[in-house]
Write a protein that binds this ligand. Structure first.
Ligand SMILES: O=C(O)[C@H](O)COP(=O)(O)O
Length: 255
């Protein structure tokens, strides 16, 4: 039986204002909603009561994840730790769907097509044109990216491929050096990491949804192979939060 060598914590940002409005967000840099701020504070309190402490944190270059991390670290009285930000932890880029309402999109194209765009491994959403104001090539925070790295749309496979270099070159060595790591990211960049860590089959990743603002603990062996993982939440809280994410993609959300 493998023994736990490392414990890392992943957390999806708290609810954003576009999660609340049920809009495809991707690389759009939207704020946390009031509920999202509350979720971030609750997550920090849960980690504190569990006596979690961290040596370094990683996050994206999108404010919903950055602000979630800042709130969590403040609750832990650890705002002083090193934080590294990278576009490679950004949410999957949703292409021409960014800004559209998910239920309206499901009413127009069908729940099944929206499920494919949201949860399939290798089917990207419709791409953006480079002239579109939503194209990230116009955003100075991405000025260091090559043309090939600037996405017009991303499927989960694309997200895995741009996230993994950061994991392999930066995060994994830091974990193996013994540093306690916290990663504040997004639904699909976390799905990308989990798919890689747990070696989840392409057709099985479709059914994975990540709730907002609930800490997810991964216990890893010395080779960073997962031994077990668990959310810091009751089953009722977790199931309700995941159901809310699943429902976003339906024309008529089930109650
Ligand atoms: O980018 C978004 O719209 C959300 O943060 C994640 O959306 P999804 O749960 O529909 O993939």
């Amino acid at each position: 039986m493998a023994t736990t060598a490392f414990k890392i914590v992943l957390i999806r940002h708290g609810e954003s204002v576009w999660n609340k409005e049920n809009r495809f967000t991707g690389w759009t840099d939207v704020e946390l909603s009031e509920q999202g701020v509350k979720e971030a504070h609750a997550a920090g309190k849960k980690l504190k009561s569990g006596e979690y402490t961290f040596d370094i944190a990683y996050t994206s270059v999108l404010k919903r994840a950055i602000n979630t991390l800042n709130i969590v670290l403040d609750e832990l009285d650890q705002s002083w730790i090193q934080v590294d930000k990278s576009w490679r932890l950004n949410e999957r880029m949703y292409g021409a769907l960014q800004g559209l309402n998910k239920s309206e999109t499901a009413a127009k194209y069908g729940d099944d097509q929206v499920l494919v765009w949201r949860r399939s491994y290798d089917t990207p959403p419709p791409p953006l044109d480079e002239t579109d104001e939503r194209y990230p090539g116009k955003d100075t925070r991405y000025k260091g990216l090559t043309k090939e790295q600037l996405p017009k749309s991303e499927c989960l496979k694309d997200t895995v491929e741009r996230f993994l270099p950061y994991w392999n070159d930066t995060i994994a060595p830091t974990i193996q050096s013994g540093k306690k790591v916290l990663i504040a990211a997004h639904g699909n960049s976390i799905r990308a990491l989990i798919k890689y860590l747990d070696n989840i089959a392409d057709d099985k990743i479709v059914s994975m949804d990540i709730p907002t603002g609930i800490p997810l603990v991964y216990e890893l062996d010395k080779d960073l192979k997962p031994i077990k993982h668990y959310y810091l939440a009751s089953d009722a809280e977790l199931n309700s939060a995941i159901a809310a994410v699943v429902n976003q993609g339906k024309a008529k959300p089930q109650n």
